[in-house]
Structures are given as structure tokens and as C-alpha cells.
Design a protein around this ligand. Structure first.
Ligand SMILES: [Zn+2]
Length: 320
């Protein structure tokens, strides 16, 4: 009797498995009526493996046996994982160099409930003088930190890409800043609540150490750019800016209007047009319809000032 039920069960389970391959519903729950109160599920025989088990029925219902069978099947992503991460999350996470050097368990804790969100050019991520509610780990694109002037045009202080994090004041325990974080080249970033990152900084020494090292590197970068704006030519700064954008985007071509580049360099549009024309003539860059392509990176490095190399080396030490 039991062996007949067993054979029938196996056939039913195999049929369900064939129809539901990859479905979480492959775990089937069945109630079997038998003449004894206890039966070991593994005795059902062929086709089942791993977590076959049986549950003894309450004494009052000894004739009912609940058999839980888990068939071999290709496990679909759990609902928990899907609620935490967008489908593209695994690639996204490692796209940010700071997150990539954290231990997997540290990264998982930090990114609990986090989603990768797109940001656009000109999109404000946080405003000067207001509380910063979230920090952003860019995985692509470039964000600018901009100083708002009352009596002059806005000036870019520095840029942040996939090598860093936007929201250093939060990491340093300060709720706001005077600078504005503005999307420069469209991309994606992992947006984490300030409260969450502060908790993780307090809990994990490694996360704290990494973010403080990055904060220190950012201070060096800001100081270098201040010196650069005073000492180096617009052409050198323009070449430096394009090379930094290339490194952060990870591609030789990216969307960028000359108007925006002029704004970020703090010069007139006509000046950028003239300089870009010279770089194009020298075979170093190409540009059309709001996109810039670096044709000769080595040549552009020769035009750029020393600041490009200084900042690049400093940033590398953070994650090395
Ligand atoms: Zn410079």
C-alpha cells in the first residue's frame, strides 16, 4: 500500500517539477493517509533527495502523515534578495571602487534595502545649507560638487565618480555643507540613508577606516584643484577635467556639452569652444551633438597639468 503511494507520489512530483522548473513552487506539500502513524519519507525511494522528511501526526490523527518533499530544482532568486536589490545590482555594486574593496558581509550590511538609482545631468543630489539625508555611491557617471556664489557664477570644486562617495560631510559627522552636489554626466548611484551609513561606520572599523581615507583623499583633491585654478592654464585644466571624467566614466566617450564644461571650469562658453577646437585640431578629442570622445588619451595627458596625475595617484591609494 505504502509503496504504491510512494511510486504515485514520485510520479506526481516529477510531473510537477517538469512543469515548474525554476519555480519556487517546486516545494510541494502533501498529506498522505496511511494505516500507520509514522513513515520515513526517504523510504519513498527514487527521485527524491536532500530534505525528504516526515512529520509525526498528532496522536488524535495518527492516520494522517504530512510529508514535505523538496525536489531537486533550479532555485529561483529568493523574494528577499529581489526586494533588496534591483536585477542589475551585483554589477552595480562592484562598479563602485570603494564598495568593491569591502568584505562581502560588510557590503551586504551597508546596502541592506538599497537600490541603484539613475541620476541625470543637472540633477541636484543635495543642496548647500540643508541637511543631507542620503549619501550616494556612484557606479557610473560623474557628480560635481559646486560652490554657489552670490556675486558670480557657480564654480565647480571637484568631481566624484565611481572611485568615491557623494556625502562626505555625513561621514565626518556633519549634517550639511555649503556645497551643492549636482549630476554632471548621467549615471547611476547607490543611494544610502545617512542614518544607515552612520550606523555601519560605528559598527565596522574597516568601513570607518576606508571612508575616512577617502575623505582625506578628497581634501587633498580639493586643495589640489584650488591650486590648479590659480596656477594652471584653462587648456591644462580642461584636459585634466576631461581625463578625470574619462577615468570616472570608464569610457573614452561620454555626454557633455561645452556649455556645461564652461560652467564647471568657471570660464566663458566661447573660451571652451576655442580650447576644444585646438584639442580637436591636434587630434586629441572629437565632439559632436553634446558628446565628447577622447581620441588620444596619452596626448591629452601631455597637455594636462600635473594635478591630474597627483589626484589619480592619491585616489588609488584609498582602495589599494
Ligand atoms: Zn592643475
Amino acid at each position: 500500500m505504502i509503496s504504491r503511494i510512494a511510486v504515485k507520489l514520485v510520479e506526481q512530483l516529477k510531473a510537477r517539477q517538469a512543469g515548474q522548473r525554476g519555480s519556487p513552487g517546486a516545494c510541494l506539500r502533501m498529506t498522505v493517509t496511511a494505516s500507520v502513524g509514522f513513515m520515513k519519507a526517504w523510504s519513498l525511494g527514487v527521485g527524491l533527495r536532500r530534505r525528504e522528511r516526515s512529520v509525526r501526526a498528532p496522536p488524535a490523527r495518527r492516520s494522517e502523515i504530512l510529508v514535505l518533499c523538496t525536489l531537486p530544482y533550479r532555485r529561483a532568486p529568493s523574494k528577499l534578495k529581489r526586494s533588496r536589490y534591483t536585477p542589475s545590482m551585483p554589477d552595480d555594486v562592484l562598479g563602485n571602487r570603494l564598495l568593491a574593496v569591502l568584505a562581502p558581509e560588510e557590503r551586504d550590511r551597508l546596502l541592506r534595502g538599497v537600490k541603484s538609482e539613475p541620476f541625470d545631468a543637472h540633477q541636484v543630489l543635495y543642496t548647500g545649507g540643508r541637511e543631507i539625508s542620503h549619501v550616494y555611491f556612484p557606479v557610473s557617471g560623474v557628480v560635481s560638487l559646486v560652490i554657489k556664489m552670490r556675486d558670480a557664477k557657480d564654480v565647480e570644486a571637484t568631481t566624484i565618480g565611481n572611485e568615491g562617495v557623494v556625502g562626505i560631510p555625513v561621514i565626518l559627522g556633519v549634517g550639511s555643507t555649503t556645497m551643492e552636489a549636482l549630476g554632471q554626466i548621467p549615471g547611476r548611484a547607490l543611494k544610502i540613508a545617512a542614518r544607515v551609513i552612520l550606523e555601519e561606520i560605528r559598527r565596522t572599523a574597516n568601513v570607518n577606516r576606508l571612508l575616512l581615507r577617502y575623505a582625506d583623499a578628497m581634501m587633498i583633491q580639493l586643495a589640489q584643484h584650488a591650486a590648479c585654478n590659480r596656477s594652471h592654464s584653462i587648456e591644462q585644466r580642461c584636459a585634466r577635467w576631461l581625463l578625470m571624467a574619462r577615468d570616472r566614466v570608464g569610457a573614452n566617450e561620454f555626454p557633455l556639452t561645452q556649455q556645461f564644461l564652461a560652467q564647471m571650469l568657471g570660464v566663458r562658453r566661447a573660451t571652451v569652444t576655442m580650447i576644444a577646437g585646438g584639442l580637436h585640431k591636434a587630434g586629441l578629442i572629437d565632439y559632436r551633438r553634446g558628446r565628447i570622445r577622447i581620441v588620444d588619451g596619452r596626448g591629452l595627458e601631455r597637455v594636462a597639468c600635473e594635478c591630474y596625475d597627483v589626484v589619480r595617484r592619491v585616489m588609488k591609494t584609498v582602495t589599494s
